[in-house]
Design a protein around this ligand. Structure first.
Ligand code: SF4
Length: 222
């Protein structure tokens, strides 16, 4: 199946989905958004990154704020930075001489860390670039602003499969209009949607209803 330009989902939703499917549903279906300190810092970094647009050196071209899409997966977004390295094993790029390796770079706040959702988001950018440029994108980088360091991410078949499955689940979520249930975890403490999601209130309400039904079924609801 392929999608049309009218029904593409933001690549960033994949990152939300792998953080917590409910969070992705609240954003996509219920259009809820609340900033907390982490998301606010992240927005400032992104605004800064997208202000420049092109930097050219003999063996490296850096493009900022490049729009991306994949009709195969139904995704769209904007790349923080795409680096093109002159490379014998690379691919031709329209309007440029020679062969180039295409490498997406995503900017994040905080310190270098392992976050699967960021790796999936970056890999989704690679899949978009492959579809748009007809090349193979083998690796990318996540740049962590606090440490001024970047971490290399290899786009393995497993990571690509997570991109495919995540995109499929998000489209299914939009089609059915059903926001996933609360899945309480340690991530809730850092989640900017805590107030909108109310994980504690919902789980206790659900437990209360379950207990009430159990009591009714046992016939001791008095
Ligand atoms: S508060 Fe927890 S369950 Fe609710 S959206 Fe955030 S991470 Fe998910």
């Amino acid at each position: 199946m392929t999608y049309t330009e009218d029904n593409l989902i933001p690549i960033s939703s994949l990152s939300q989905y792998y953080y917590c499917p409910r969070r992705a549903g609240l954003l996509l279906i219920e259009q809820q958004w609340s900033d907390n300190v982490h998301t606010a810092e992240g927005s400032i970094i992104h605004q800064h990154v997208h202000q420049g647009n092109r930097e050219t050196r003999p063996d490296l071209v850096r493009l900022r704020g490049l729009p991306l899409h994949s009709l195969r997966l139904g995704l769209f977004g904007v790349a923080d930075s795409i680096e093109l390295y002159a490379a014998a094993g690379g691919f031709p790029v329209k309007g440029m001489e020679g062969l180039w390796e295409t490498v997406p770079v995503e900017y994040k706040h905080g310190r270098v860390r392992d976050e699967l959702e960021y790796e999936v988001q970056l890999c989704a950018q690679a899949v978009c670039l492959e579809e748009m440029l007809g090349c193979v994108v083998k690796r990318g980088f996540i740049y962590y602003a606090k440490d001024h360091r970047r971490k290399e991410v290899a786009f393995t078949p497993e990571l690509r499969e997570l991109v495919r499955r995540g995109a499929e689940s998000l489209h299914e979520m939009l089609r059915t209009g059903v926001t996933p249930p609360v899945a309480k975890s340690r991530k809730c403490r850092e989640c900017s949607l805590q107030e909108d999601c109310l994980p504690r209130a919902k789980t206790s309400a659900e437990r209360y209803i379950k207990e009430l039904w159990a009591a009714v079924e046992k016939g001791d609801e008095s």
